[in-house]
Design a protein around this ligand. Structure first.
Ligand code: GDL
Length: 652
């Protein structure tokens, strides 16, 4: 692979570097694209991939030829790219409705690309991302798989166009997460690797659609399947999936050791054109890393565009006792730092944003200290003051940015900064309320707020109603990376189960029971005094070791007799079986426990049982909650249970 940025020696391809306009939503304007070419040239990037998802003729109406007016615009754009030494790659996405086996469809594709070739374009791309994978009946008859269909059409188009130097193919499985069962065993990718003509490059977004990190090993793996070095389509700065996010942190977590292993990197950045300065500039710096080892200077984003001297002839000068003219305070470098901190990267907030979350969390959890007058009280006040200062800095940044003469950048950022300003304003008011202040800003937290006093919208309300709301607050709870496994219990596990049982008995109780209590059937099972029924006991493991168990007795009656539990015989007709389940607090993900109980209940059902119950101490809220959250258990009326014991059950 040739060095990034430089011209390739004959016979080798140059490293593709630049931008893919490949997001959903409003496409950039021709003027913005032309400005992009200027910047790419200045920063040493060499490619622009035209792929705006919601441009009619790129995807939905891919068969339609361009009108004379559209042609004029594209011709101007292609020649602007050429002037700036940027390779213009025209992409088309026919995958929504193409019938691969119909020659007329292939002809339509060729006709469209021929038209674009007449506009002066020499590089092309076929994209098959984000489409249904089920083929129509005609295609199923003609091709042995979806991959075969795509590859046949792509090869035909590539040859029709005279095998262009740059021709990119985006597979439907364009990241590891989409591959079944995985990258190395994906028959789709293997077909692409074997059948796609070698001159065609393949686009790849990394382990995920929005990849946190891209490792050298992962690229080596996919390259060996694809039989070529992929070109990265990087979604690290893409924000089309969330209207509240925009990313102004650096191109990051892709080691520069990747460069010689890749065909290139194209970033698919924020939908808003102007705030992409950091995304594109830092990619350019990254691409240069191996070429000259230098770091280029960070330039100013142009927010402080010179203010025009032209006051439109109205050079009003206020009189002595009149209002002075409004003068905008200029933005500071700290403002810009704060801005990129607040809107950083999909997997990482900037340092100040992280501090804000941490401090708000601490102030909330320690608000008891305000009234207690302890050592923590002084600390609380001090930290509340610092929190307030950060909030104030956000508000001031907002004010200065609103006055910035470069209105294009401001308008692109406006909704985001407005949103963060009011979010931060609410937090500021909340902390003041916690601190006992009741100033005007604290009044915003009352029971009858104005519409601007809370985050609204139907989507927000729906999200708050769902149980998973907040699960993806990535930054206080890092993304789950733990792998759990569930296996059958064996007698060798008895001691470990006992250890978990004891550990969990000590969690949350803290206080010794006032009197000796009657034993729970469940406890006898977990403590090993009674053995679980064969095939009805599971343990949960993570990379540290055993972290949970689920044990059952298909017939609980003998155990009840053994501990002299007087339960009426009719109960055992409805609920003949008994379960106990427990997981350690380090298992913060609720799904392993749910999976375990699901498996266990189905084993009990296959033993012929009609119902299952578990016993709990009446005051053990934690366990009541736990069983309730598992989903299947409801309080069950079981006559004859001791006073402090309740039961929950489920029919099978
Ligand atoms: C995608 C889409 C892309 C979109 C991005 C982020 C690819 C190949 N396709 O899956 O158009 O902008 O996610 O939402 O990345």
């Amino acid at each position: 692979m040739a060095a990034p940025g430089g011209r390739a020696p004959a016979g080798t391809k140059r490293f593709i570097s630049g931008v893919v306009e490949g997001f959903y939503g409003r496409p950039w304007t021709m003027e913005q694209r032309t400005e992009l070419f200027e910047r790419e040239q200045k920063w040493g990037l060499n490619t622009y991939l035209y792929a705006p998802k919601d441009d009619y003729k790129h995807r939905m109406y891919w068969r339609d030829l361009y009108t004379a007016e559209e042609a004029g615009q594209l011709i101007a754009l292609i020649s602007a790219a050429e002037r700036h030494d940027v390779e213009f790659v025209y992409a088309i996405s026919p995958g929504l409705d193409i019938t691969f086996s119909n020659p007329k469809e292939v002809a339509a594709l060729k006709r469209k690309l021929d038209q674009v070739r007449q506009f002066g374009c020499r590089s092309f791309s076929l994209l098959f991302d984000d489409i249904a994978t089920e083929m129509c009946a005609a295609d199923k008859r003609a091709f042995s798989s979806f991959a075969h269909a795509q590859v046949a059409v792509t090869n035909a188009v590539y040859q029709h166009l005279g095998e262009p130097e740059t021709f990119l193919f985006c597979p439907t499985d364009y990241c590891a997460a989409f591959c079944t069962p995985n990258v190395s065993q994906s028959s789709y990718l293997h077909t692409v690797g074997e059948k796609l003509l070698p001159g065609i490059d393949v686009l790849w977004t990394g382990p995920k659609v929005v990849s946190h990190k891209i490792s050298v090993e992962s690229i080596e793996e996919v390259s060996s399947v694809l039989k070529r070095a992929p070109v990265i389509w990087d979604n690290i700065h893409a924000n089309d999936y969330d209207p509240q996010r925009i990313f102004m942190g650096p191109f990051k977590d892709r080691p520069t050791e990747l460069i010689p292993k890749l065909g290139g990197v194209l970033t698919n950045p924020n939908c808003e054109f102007y705030p992409n300065f950091v995304a594109i500039h830092t990619l350019a710096t990254w691409c240069k890393a191996s070429a000259d080892g230098s770091k280029s200077n960070v330039e100013r984003a142009g927010l402080q565009k010179e203010r025009s001297d032209d006051t439109g002839g109205s050079s009003y000068v206020p009189g002595l006792e009149e209002n002075p003219l409004y003068t905008a305070e200029p933005l500071t470098l700290d403002d810009l730092r704060l801005l990129t901190d607040l809107f950083h990267l999909p997997y990482e907030h900037g340092p100040t944003a992280g501090t804000m979350l941490q401090e708000l969390d601490w102030l909330k959890r320690h608000s008891w200290a305000v009234a207690a007058e302890t050592d923590t009280t002084a600390e609380w006040r001090c930290r509340a003051q610092q929190f307030d200062a950060i909030c104030e800095a956000v508000v001031q940044m907002f004010n200065r940015l609103s006055n910035a003469p470069n209105r294009s950048i401001l308008y692109d950022l406006y909704d985001y900064i407005c949103d963060i300003k009011s979010g931060v304003g609410l937090a500021q008011a909340y902390v003041k309320t916690l601190g006992g202040e009741s100033g005007p800003s604290a009044q915003r937290m009352n029971d009858d707020p104005e519409p601007w006093g809370f985050r609204g919208g139907l989507s927000g309300e729906i999200q708050r109603m769902l149980p998973c709301h907040g699960n993806r607050d990535l930054f206080r709870h890092p993304p789950m990376t733990v792998v759990y496994s569930i296996r059958q219990y064996s007698t060798k596990d008895k001691l470990e189960v006992l250890r978990i049982f004891r550990e969990m008995q000590s969690v949350g109780e803290g206080k010794a029971p006032p009197m000796p209590q009657p034993p729970l059937l469940c406890d006898c099972l977990a403590a090993g005094e009674i053995s679980p029924s064969p095939q009805c006991a599971l343990v949960l493991e993570d990379d540290i070791g055993m972290c949970g168990y689920a044990l059952a007795l298909t017939d609980a009656k003998p155990a009840a007799t053994k501990i002299q539990r007087a339960v009426s015989a009719s109960v055992f007709k409805d609920f003949p079986s008994l379960v106990t389940i427990q997981v350690l607090p380090r298992v913060t993900d609720p799904s392993p426990a749910k999976r375990m109980i699901g498996q266990l209940l189905s084993s009990i059902r296959s033993s012929g049982s009609r119902g299952v119950f578990c016993e709990l101490r009446r005051d053990d809220r934690r366990m009541c909650d736990f069983y309730t959250k598992l989903g299947s258990f409801k309080p069950a009326q079981i006559a004859g249970l001791p006073q402090d014991i309740i039961a929950m059950g489920t029919s099978l």
